[in-house]
Write a protein that binds this ligand. Structure first.
Ligand code: 5GP
Length: 254
């Protein structure tokens, strides 16, 4: 494959220049980090699984009329997406108490919230992604009031749709993190869902046993991390076929 210019390397993905203007390539790594890099490791096969899972979920969301940056999957580890200006916020939607919400308010994990809770965190590793209010966001101009409203509406629509889709395959969507991007079309700008949606940024529990099927298995040293991601893909009906190389293009796949 021709050498491409790397634009950015994050903890779990690398962004390369795309083949056409206005596009970039997202490469999914097997690297895993937790606690803002305090813990790091490799989850073999994670990148391949997340590429597939995120492709599937983004396409299903697009079918529901939710705009995303996704264009198409290129191969086992890469997808072509629209180039966007990332809004410096992590939009977290929670249905069940877990993780930092449990810690912050001393609530037991597992309690269902009376309604979906939307939170915003400022994307800044040096500050450990602090929780921020809507007033912080508009005062510091990380997003305009209208963008905030649009992000909340979209995040709740994503939650409704994904909660139902996952419940249908025996998974509780406990919480998840979204990122949004500004997509410019001439002078017009619209917000689209960006980044990825995968067990790296969702809490997914087995609906019957509450067994964790997401990155918390890595964060909390529960073991069988790759198996959990595989099980999510299997239930969604998208487990990659075995025995195929990482760089096989989608066009070459049968
Ligand atoms: P919490 O705030 O409880 O740690 O996380 C809430 C949800 O957002 C979880 O599903 C978690 O996976 C996701 N999340 C929050 N921050 C990050 C982050 O920096 N990276 C990733 N991959 N997921 C995050």
């Amino acid at each position: 494959m021709a050498r491409r210019r790397q634009i950015y390397e994050g903890k779990a993905k690398i962004i390369f220049e795309g083949p056409e203007p206005g596009t970039v390539v997202q490469y999914f790594k097997d690297d895993a980090t937790a606690g803002n890099g305090a813990k790091s490791g490799i989850i073999t096969g994670k990148g391949v699984l997340n590429n597939r899972i995120s492709e599937y979920l983004m396409l299903r969301l697009q079918d529901m009329g939710i705009p995303t940056h996704f264009i198409r999957r290129l191969n086992m580890r890469e997808q072509l997406v629209k180039e966007v200006e990332i809004v410096p916020l992590e939009v977290v939607v929670r249905n069940v108490v877990a993780g930092s919400l449990s810690k912050r308010f001393g609530l037991p994990e597992g309690e269902r919230l009376p309604r979906a809770l939307v939170e915003y965190y400022y994307k800044n590793d040096a500050l450990n992604d602090p929780l921020v209010s809507e007033n912080h966001i508009t005062t510091f101009q990380w997003a305009h009031p209208q963008e905030l409203e649009d992000m909340e509406t979209l995040a709740l629509r994503v939650n409704d749709f994904l909660s139902g889709l996952l419940a249908g395959v025996g998974i509780t969507l406990v919480d998840f993190k979204l990122e949004f991007g500004r997509l410019w079309e001439g002078d017009e700008m619209r917000l689209v869902l960006a980044d990825e949606i995968s067990p790296d940024n969702c809490r997914l529990w087995d609906i019957r046993t509450n067994e964790k099927m997401d990155k918390d298995r890595f964060r909390r040293d529960l073991g069988r991390v790759e198996e959990a991601y595989q099980e999510v893909a299997r239930r969604l009906g998208i487990l990659p076929e075995s025995g195929k190389g990482d760089n096989m293009t989608a066009e070459n796949e049968q």
